[in-house]
Write a protein that binds this ligand. Structure first.
Ligand SMILES: CC1=C(CCC(=O)O)c2cc3nc(cc4[nH]c(cc5[nH]c(cc1n2)c(C)c5CCC(=O)O)c(CCC(=O)O)c4C)C(CCC(=O)O)=C3C
Ligand SMILES: [Fe+2]
Length: 377
């Protein structure tokens, strides 16, 4: 056999112009017990999260030694993206900054400016449209750019935000495989009847109403991803499992309505209905951070245990090679689009690939009047 490459193999683009850097943008988390309270103050700055809730959330972190897993997961993701890009012959530096804990966006943007970066694409570790998952990051990036401008010196980099990727196959396919693996971990006699419980972060109903350019995109996007996972699991197993979208990690004032049902309430309802087993599929989260290891692995699995309901939690995308390669695909796609080309915009399920630039009213929050110039029209 000849070792030559078949001629039909497509030539993959490596042209990242007009970008000269990629910025991974995330939430941030404490790394030692002394960080927990200052971190929570950053998270809740200007919002009326009740003190009892803050103390409760602090306890979740102390139970894990005062260290959130999220920063290590982002370090691993950044390293995996570096390796993936290098392997594909794409030459681009990767930076990483957070909203709520170090490395902070402002410091990382300053480092980028000092390194001579002119224009970067931002990849946020949230796959869906919402104020918390999209616009708030764009506001934070705008504030950080303005602070750098005020400091004087060379101008900060221009920033674009990559489209939300809830329906990119690089995100969906790892969730399908994780669901199949979790089903395989259930006892043989209940597997066929298992319910798929898709879980995401609850948000105020008002935040869902305002999410996306036309509203309600947060729930619509989750429904699309959940339906696609159900269908792909059916293609593999021949079984259409019962499925529901439920929520975890509610906070805020009890008087404000948030998306429901809560995952624990839903498990109780399923048990009452005589359900035989459950797979928790954390489609709202791209890695195993605090909401996953505490709210699901600690609380929800304990609830299922009390109910005598066999329950397995499916893995998150993490550093699955397909998820890592998705970042490259989004980068090359957007770069081509910004150059005026018409790239293929890969998406699976019932919704099209999302917009590149958020419209002015996209994902607003009535409590915030901050400009969100980055990633807007
Ligand atoms: C949609 C969404 C995502 C997913 C998108 C994304 O990934 O960005 C997300 C992620 C995360 N949320 C996180 C932590 C927290 N979220 C809080 C509070 C809130 N989240 C909200 C929404 C979301 N949050 C909302 C509407 C609030 C209340 C109002 C507010 O405060 O904006 C609070 C305050 C205390 C509390 O009330 O729970 C904490 C400590 C961590 C870090 C975990 C770790 O350390 O591993 C991560 C990745
Ligand atoms: Fe949150």
């Amino acid at each position: 056999m000849s070792e030559s490459v078949p001629e039909s193999q497509p030539v993959l683009s490596t042209d990242v112009s007009p970008y000269d850097a990629l910025l991974l943008v995330s939430f941030g988390g404490p790394e030692q017990p002394e960080d927990v309270v200052p971190f929570l103050r950053n998270v809740t700055a200007g919002r009326d999260i009740p003190d009892e809730r803050l103390a409760e959330v602090g306890e979740h972190y102390y139970a894990f030694g005062g260290r959130s897993p999220i920063n290590d997961q982002n370090r691993a993701l950044a390293a995996a993206i570096r390796e993936d890009l290098a392997g594909a012959g794409v030459d681009l530096p990767i930076y990483w900054g957070n909203r709520n804990w170090g490395p902070f966006l402002l410091d990382e943007l300053r480092r980028m400016r000092d390194d001579g970066v002119r224009r970067a694409l931002c990849l946020v570790t949230s796959a869906y449209s919402s104020y918390s998952g999209c616009r708030q990051y764009r506001e934070d990036l705008t504030v950080a750019r303005e602070a750098l401008l005020a400091e004087g010196g060379a101008p900060p980099p221009e920033l674009d935000k990559a489209r939300v990727y809830f329906n990119h196959p690089g995100f969906v396919e790892p969730m399908v495989d994780a669901t199949l693996a979790a089903l395989a971990d259930l006892p043989d006699d209940v597997r066929r009847e298992a319910e798929l419980v898709f879980v995401t972060h609850s948000v105020p109903e008002q935040m869902n109403e305002a999410s996306g350019p036309l509203g309600r995109a947060y729930v619509a996007q989750h429904r699309s991803t959940a339906a696609e996972v159900v269908e792909r699991v059916r293609l593999e197993t021949g079984l259409r499992h019962g499925a529901e979208l439920v929520y975890c990690s509610r906070s805020g004032s009890p008087r404000i309505p948030w998306l429901e049902p809560d995952v624990n309430d839903h498990l109780r309802a399923l048990a009452t209905r005589g359900a035989k087993a459950v797979v928790l599929v954390p489609i709202g989260f791209v890695s195993d951070h605090m909401e996953v290891v505490y709210d699901l692995d600690t609380e929800a699995l304990a609830t299922a245990g009390e109910l005598g309901l066999p329950c397995v939690r499916a893995a998150t995308a993490g550093v699955d090679p397909r998820f890592v390669a998705m970042v490259r695909d989004l980068l090359l796609e957007r770069a081509a689009g910004e150059r005026g080309e018409d790239p293929v915009r890969t998406a699976v399920g019932s919704l099209p690939a999302a917009w590149d630039r958020c419209a002015p009213g996209c994902c607003t929050n009535p409590r915030s009047t901050r400009p969100a110039v980055v990633g807007s029209r």
